[in-house]
Design a protein around this ligand. Structure first.
Ligand code: FE2
Length: 348
């Protein structure tokens, strides 16, 4: 075993009834690791932070991830997100190998809004939206029927100012919204939502949702794009300037995670409402109820407050990897001053 795991709050956890879900052979016999940005929900730290006691080379790190992957996947289910800090992952290629160690199936980025560039293997740049743009909280690709189950983010160049990738537990958002705005939650559960977006003709890097229809649907052939829209149940209309207007099928805004039986705020409402504005799109019309009614402004204000209250904002360090359970946690991006280079791998 090349690594031991420092296991934050292992003592508190050992007092919990469901602690025995963590396999007994996990190296919990060692130490703790604290990150100042962690918060505790239901007695559990979020995110879980793991760090090696003795840093080896990349190939040992990857071998370790391979041999521990089942246990790490269980930890991901328990905690919602895991921050790997201090492992020997210096280059994007190391990150790619680390992700592959988990043996998930990579998910092609079809239907997502963010401009991204392929770096290596299954690794893309994270959203390349301008540094001053805030990317509000979202479950990755919640606006399309086929979304990734697991996300990995990697810090290639740490920002010196801002640029965090804040995380929030979705069930906590749901519970807090029920406390503060139950009628809105009821309406969402009953009706679902529809997302509306005009995709540019070619990528527009000046917009946080500037992914052109060609890269969104990975084709330059209009009929192929139409076929992929139809496959996702998305209505579409070609505009005279070559842009593509899309309306998704009705999507649930609140879901129950069958693995935990917890209700989750699984939608892109706040992301669309705050972030889907550019020269082609009016953000306040980007998400509606199925009959076209916009989201109530007062509820959007409450929702923003709830996210900020519950969010954790860890500071990126070079080589950090964050593994996010996309069904349990939402993420976003804070504005920053360059440089900052964060990469992502999306998995089924
Ligand atoms: Fe994202």
């Amino acid at each position: 075993m090349p690594y031991q795991i420092y296991y934050k709050h292992c003592f508190e956890l050992s007092l919990q009834k469901d602690f025995n879900k963590v396999p007994a052979d996990l190296n919990v016999d060692v130490l703790t690791f604290d990150a100042p940005e962690q918060k505790t929900f239901d007695g559990r730290p979020f995110p879980l932070v793991l760090t090696p006691s003795d840093v080896k080379d990349t190939s040992s790190t990857v071998k370790w991830a391979e041999s521990e992957r089942v246990r790490l996947q269980q930890l991901l289910l328990e905690y919602g997100a895991v921050l790997f800090r201090g492992f020997a992952l210096e280059r994007p290629e190391d990150f790619d190998a680390f992700v592959k160690a988990f043996r998930y199936e990579p998910l092609p980025y079809v239907g997502g809004a963010a401009p991204r560039t392929l770096v290596t293997g299954n690794v893309f740049t994270a959203n390349e939206a301008p540094p001053d743009a805030l990317i509000p909280f979202h479950h990755e690709m919640a606006q399309v029927p086929s979304f990734p189950n697991v996300l990995f983010f990697y810090c290639d160049t740490a920002p010196t100012e801002g640029g965090q990738t804040p995380l929030v537990l979705s069930n906590e958002v749901y519970k807090e919204m029920c406390r503060r705005d139950q009628p809105f939650v009821d309406q969402l559960e009953e009706k679902g939502v529809v997302y509306h977006r005009v995709l540019p003709d070619g990528d527009d890097p000046t917009s946080p949702i500037g992914r052109g229809w060609q890269s969104t649907y990975q084709t330059t052939d209009r009929s192929e794009a139409e076929r992929k829209c139809a496959e996702q149940g998305t209505d579409f209309e070609w505009l005279p300037n070559g842009c593509l207007r899309t309306h998704t099928t009705v999507l649930p805004a609140i879901r129950t995670d069958p693995r935990t039986d917890k209700k989750t705020w699984f939608n892109s409402i706040i992301a669309a409402y705050l972030g889907w504005g550019d020269s082609r799109n009016d953000r306040k019309k980007a998400v509606t109820f199925p009959d076209g009614t916009p989201m109530p402004e007062a509820s959007m204000t409450i929702l923003e407050e709830v996210f900020e209250k519950l969010a954790i904002d860890f500071r990126w360090r070079k080589g950090d990897v964050v593994m996010v359970d996309n069904r349990q946690a939402l993420h976003g991006r804070r504005p920053f001053s360059p440089p900052r280079r964060i990469m992502a791998a999306l998995c089924r």
